[in-house]
Design a protein around this ligand. Sequence first.
Ligand code: DAK
Length: 260
Amino acid sequence: MMYTNLLLEVQEGIAVLTINRPKALNALNAQTLQEIHQFFTKDGLAIKDLKGVIVTGAGEKSFVAGADISEFLKLEKGKGKAFAMKGHDIFFAIERFPKPVIAAVNGYALGGGCELAMACHIRVAGEKARFGQPEVNLGILPGYGGTQRLIQLIGKGKAIEMMLTADMIGAEEALRLGLVTHVIPLGQEVAKAKEILQKIATKGPVAVTKVIEAVNAYFNYLADGYNAEADGFSDCTETTDFKEGAAAFLEKRKANFKGE
Ligand code: DAK
């Protein structure tokens, strides 16, 4: 796990992944994207007893200020579609990660930064966080799934306005719209995300993964979300955790889940 642009800290089963390019407001260059992909497809999956992942940005000013604009001009003609599909794969890996992933948004979450936060399962924001999809300012559109996920999270009306006007919104409005679920004092974002992950860690691990899968299936028009939910339920009923959970409730005690 050698990274140039990410910091990884694992404590008590919680991985904190910090995008670490503060001089460029943590903009996502190719190297950073490759490292994020490596974490969510390989390194993160290998962490023993992982409860979940928190994604945040280095410094106080920015979560991620977007894709790295300085690399845009390097994109060769005719390679746009392949580039876009590769980007989708990276963000799908986050969305499909089997453990909960929380974005702790500490500042600007613009363009690819807002898309990164949206690919996470849950978003908490510091009170100075700012969200926006300003790609049209550059003559492009959000390319890491933002056109889809923003609609999923806040509805078509406001999503299309944000994407067409490039207007930014603050943390309180993001909360009102459902883009984030908590607004917390600056500097407390990671602590809040940890608190949420600790709570989720007391639940049945198989069930937690199956919820993520079923929720993702709802938005995959090639799959049948209800079917995925039924399959997930069936898989959970095969676990000993399922029996333990029911028994603990009836015995008025805390469940002792083993992830089996
Ligand atoms: N890329 C590269 N460098 C960036 C950057 C970015 N997105 N954002 C900021 N920086 C750099 C600045 O250039 C500056 O560098 P130096 O001049 O110091 O070398 C440094 O970070 C500090 O920024 P500022 O001096 O501008 O700081 P301010 O406080 O004045 O302004 C700001 C903060 C966040 C309002 C401003 O930096 C800004 O507007 N940044 C750009 C925001 C933006 O437009 N983001 C969207 C980028 S487009 C796709 C996938 C994804 C995408 C598209 C396609 N495919 C897979 C097909 C997504 C595109 C985007 O995200």
